[in-house]
Design a protein around this ligand. Structure first.
Ligand code: CMX
Length: 134
């Protein structure tokens, strides 16, 4: 069902302050910055081999990422696994009793369709299913 780790999401206070470390010090390739209005975040995608690091900057005080930073400080926010068929993956997880935050896919960054598993069902780790748009 899962084909690879698509990305690891890291909550940051500011993309401007955080991107240079990943791009310049670690040498990752910045593949784009985009706002996901629906989720009140601005995201920077950095390519590393087949996977990505996704930096998440809140764009509003009531953004889920702002709430996360307020509670925990900046740090690892979620892990995203790639799936070929997100509807089938959601169906399978639900039939196994997994608690989903999203029972229908929604729009993620870079044309993806995503769905979150509730951290209570995944050992406290916010887990995202991610179907690439191309
Ligand atoms: N890691 C672990 N636990 C988390 C968490 C995280 N990142 N975010 C929230 N939780 C916990 C909360 O602490 C809370 O726990 P308790 O019930 O014990 O208090 C529980 O999960 C529910 O959290 P909530 O914020 O009250 O619930 P919501 O339904 O409002 O939101 C969530 C849940 C996780 C979907 C939301 O907080 C969130 O982070 N949304 C995703 C934002 C995001 O990353 N968007 C970018 C995606 C772009 C892409 O990848 O393409």
């Amino acid at each position: 069902m899962l084909t690879k780790i698509n990305h690891i999401g890291i909550a940051v206070k500011s993309l401007d302050d955080s991107v240079p470390f990943y791009r310049d010090n670690l040498g990752m390739t910045l593949s784009g910055i985009e706002e996901v209005t629906e989720q009140k975040v601005r995201v920077a995608m950095l390519q590393i081999g087949e996977s990505m690091i996704e930096l998440l900057e809140p764009t509003a005080e009531d953004s889920p990422v702002a709430k996360f930073i307020e509670k925990n400080g900046p740090g690892i926010h979620h892990i995203a696994y790639e799936v070929a068929d997100i509807e089938a993956a959601i169906r399978k997880l639900r039939s196994d009793g997994t608690r989903m935050i999203d029972e229908q896919p929604r729009h993620g960054a870079h044309g993806t369709r995503i769905a979150f598993i509730h951290p209570k069902s995944s050992n406290g780790v916010l887990t995202e299913l991610c179907q690439s748009g191309h």
